[in-house]
Design a protein around this ligand. Sequence first.
Ligand code: HEC
Length: 159
Amino acid sequence: MNAARLLLAGAVLTSAVALYAKPVARPAAPSAAELVAARQSGMDMSASALTLLKNASSNKVPLKNLAFPAGGLAKWAVALPTLFADSTKGAKSEAKPEVFTDRAGFNAKAQAYIDATKALAVAAAADDKPAFDAALASTGAACKGCHDSYKAAPPAKPG
Ligand code: HEC
């Protein structure tokens, strides 16, 4: 058997094995690492959305054009606490242990964020500039309010 035939035979055998191998069962729930990745990326995108909204408001972009990103922030605020499931306690992350030991406190900060972003979305849809700017300020304060108690500072960069 020459080398090409040997390769071909190997490939046929490999696909036959793949065909009959049992499919790998996916766990029903996301892993702790997957939840951490989801919440960290949501946080990054929410930071971008908030910057976009602040800049757009200073540049007098019509508020109706901002209803989509404002509504997205409000949806994210509701989802945020669900990504801090107990299964993620001890996972590599910047969440302080207090997130899990002081649930009531963490949930109160999450609720303040839900309320602020909801007001933001409502103000954008209603084209209410004073209410929108007030909600932008309370949204920023809600980020900081939670981080001050429940987010560890990122590890210092080497060098
Ligand atoms: C209810 C608490 C809470 C609120 C509200 C909150 N955060 Fe966070 N945030 C956290 C925690 C806890 C972490 C650390 C998460 C981790 O590392 O798993 C974090 C992480 C982050 C990170 C780093 C993500 C990464 O890539 O590691 C950014 C950026 C961030 N938040 C921005 C924001 C902004 C902007 C807002 C408001 C628009 C906000 N957060 C609102 C709790 C909160």
